[in-house]
Write a protein that binds this ligand. Structure first.
Ligand SMILES: Nc1ncnc2c1ncn2[C@@H]1O[C@H](COP(=O)(O)OP(=O)(O)OP(=O)(O)O)[C@@H](O)[C@H]1O
Length: 268
């Protein structure tokens, strides 16, 4: 079996500004940099085989969504590289939908951007609307949709384009149970077809059931990558302690992890 996704030394740097003025100065003053560099991801590397189902876990702010967005090609990496064999599609709450456009227009726009012809779009459109259960609302602007409706639309588009790599970012946590079950069975269908999938969730139970491997991200770095049962056992142990921490202790813990990581990087 070949490699499906190769992530090499990927870092994502954001600039953090303490006020709007600083952001503006950074934009307009030539040759000077304002704000503070912040690495949402730092030197991430791992490989995924074709047909693997990989979960991303980690506490809030660990970089799970940033990494999914980079693999999907929605957000560019600052340094490093990501190779994806075939086409990747991301399903995330609110991702890639334009609120001003109707549901139907969003479907058409997304498919056009993915390179489908008008004839192919016509063929796919009704199936997507039906899967999303949005027949009555499909010509309303997406900004009037509930988060569950948006998530159903995003899910329906992404699974119906039949991508080689599917990334699902918390999309099953919103919306109703019946749709979540329908989505899950679609995901099992993908699994049967041997597609590569990434799954971001805070639900360890869902992840145990569905994922074979898990990447545990800790504030921008890979803490562990391996068979899901093993990594999830370790993560659960960690969470027990982490949940006991006060807000201040959590902050200090995060700062310590980032500091250690940065000094390790500086030393290499
Ligand atoms: N556009 C941005 N500008 C600045 N910082 C950002 C931006 N996007 C994300 N970040 C920061 O990067 C870090 C990682 O965010 P990310 O959303 O990837 O984490 P996550 O693990 O998905 O979190 P959660 O579980 O809360 O969804 C966070 O500290 C976040 O504040």
């Amino acid at each position: 079996m070949g490699k499906s996704v190769i992530v090499r030394d990927v870092s994502k740097k954001y600039k953090l500004f303490s006020n709007p003025r600083e952001r503006l100065l950074d934009l307009v003053v030539p040759g000077k940099s304002y704000g503070e560099d912040f690495y949402a991801l730092q030197n991430i590397s791992f490989d995924v085989d074709e047909g693997d189902i990989v979960g991303f876990i980690g506490v809030n702010g660990s970089g799970k969504s940033t990494l999914s967005n980079i693999i999907a090609g929605v957000v560019p990496e600052t340094t490093g590289s990501v190779e994806v064999k075939g086409q990747a599609a991301l399903i995330a709450v609110n991702s890639g939908l334009d609120g001003k456009l109707s549901g139907r227009e969003n479907i058409e726009l997304k498919l056009l951007m993915l390179g489908f012809s008008q004839a192919e779009i016509n063929e796919l459109e009704e199936g997507i609307i039906e899967f999303a259960e949005l027949e009555k609302f499909i010509d309303q602007p997406v900004k009037s949709y509930s988060s569950g409706m948006k998530s159903r639309l995003g899910f329906a588009i992404s699974v119906n384009v039949d991508p080689d790599v599917l990334l699902i970012d918390e999309a099953l946590s919103v919306g109703d149970k019946a749709f979540a079950e329908k989505s899950l069975s679609k995901m099992y269908e993908f699994k049967e077809k041997g597609k590569t999938m990434f799954f971001v969730s805070h639900s360890i139970g869902q992840m145990r059931k569905f994922c074979e491997k898990v990447v545990w991200l800790e504030f921008g770095q890979v803490k562990e990558y391996g068979p899901s049962s093993e990594v999830l056992d370790h993560y659960e142990e960690f969470l027990k302690e982490y949940k006991q921490m006060s807000k201040k202790q959590k902050q200090e813990y995060q700062e310590k992890v980032i500091k250690e990581r940065s000094s390790k990087q500086a030393a290499t």
